[in-house]
Write a protein that binds this ligand. Sequence first.
Ligand code: UDX
Length: 446
Amino acid sequence: MKVTVFGTGYVGLVQGAVLADVGHDVICVDVDAAKVAALQAGHIPIHEPGLEPLVQANQAAGRLRFTTDAAQGVAHGELIFLAVGTPPDEDGSADLQHVLAVARTIATHMTEPKTIVNKSTVPVGTADKVADTVRKVLETRGVALAFEVVSNPEFLKEGAAVADCKRPDRIVIGTRAPQAERQLRELYAPFNRNHDRIVMMDVRSAELTKYAANAMLATKISFINEMANLAEQLGADIEDVRRGLGSDPRIGYHFIYPGVGYGGSCFPKDVKALIHTAQSIGFTPDLLLAVESRNDAQRQLLARRIIAHYGGNLRGKTIAVWGLAFKPETDDMREAPSRYLLQSLWAAGAQVRAHDPAAMDEARRIFGERDDLVLCGSPTEALEGADALAIVTEWKIFRVPDFAQMAHALHDRMVFDGRNLYDPETITRFGLGYVSIGRAPAVGRS
Ligand code: UDX
């Protein structure tokens, strides 16, 4: 099928490449000329396992093209995907300007019926707004053309985006139009073998499903973080509690890892946007408000503990930080807990020596040159001359460090672990003080 994807961010680029890979003829459109030029040359602007070879192979096969030419994009696709960003507005609501701008572009250039498929995470009611926008432009042009707006949310995880997109758990399609349903079923047929993953519903339900899924996962995380804080106060070990909880299949092992709070481009933004949607119709989302405030507190926890350990002042102290990306296997630092940690450490007067296996360029871009930050080429280099270590992201390379060397390198022999990577008994045997999340006894607990 002929498919056009507007937006070459995580969602659009991965979706475009994966659709091309099963034989569809895909054009990806972006307004960013530099990005399009890089993509045309086979360079991928993001760190995402498996994406570069996938894009290059499908480009070489002529099934995947990149352009800034919106008119060409609109002419090409019988299905036109919207995969542009929906950044949070000041009040936390999703900013729809890019989505609606693409809607206007489509309506301006279309000369035959189109099915517009929204992949961006957008508030309930956005499909109606897109339809209104298209209708108005068509009226102004004085042309009568049929079109449908479908909601087809994306559930991919960064770091596993290609695999998630190739093997979706479910394919949610929000439309009641039989022709659009037929088109999407045909499009996704290669991903829907063995058993039926397609869940058909109306467009508003599909829009809400995406928010509900992310809000549910964020709730699990805030729940376990609350239990972790409680476990410490009660002298229990959250890691044992987690295993005991997860073994119940109704609860499951996923998304009950305690830590430094959820980050990334989705959970914080989507929970906020859903709260905003609810409040805008006079509904008080008590549970979501609690999920968010627990997360706000959790993001400050590691810094609070380090600062408390040093009596409220970090002047003259150097803290090594392992992990800057919001999670492993990505260079994405959007809403990363590391950013909150670094700001607090700096505010308390600390120097920081940081390492991340993928996000060093991103960190350089975000923080620029600063006297109180040294970006180091390896985890061990970050420890050199440091007083204590803070762990923020659970990259594999941090899991089995040389504890003897760590104890030797860190002046104050303190490890503040925001991801519970180590067995407390093992690490303390090397003479290291160890503060983790939800595990008693916690040395230097605030
Ligand atoms: C998420 C959803 O998983 C995905 O389905 C949706 O399409 C987009 O949002 P992503 O943001 O890529 O994906 O990351 P995810 O792996 O879900 O992690 C989100 C955050 O939660 C990370 O900061 C992670 O560290 C944190 N997390 C996750 C925990 O703190 N504990 C857990 O048990 C799981």
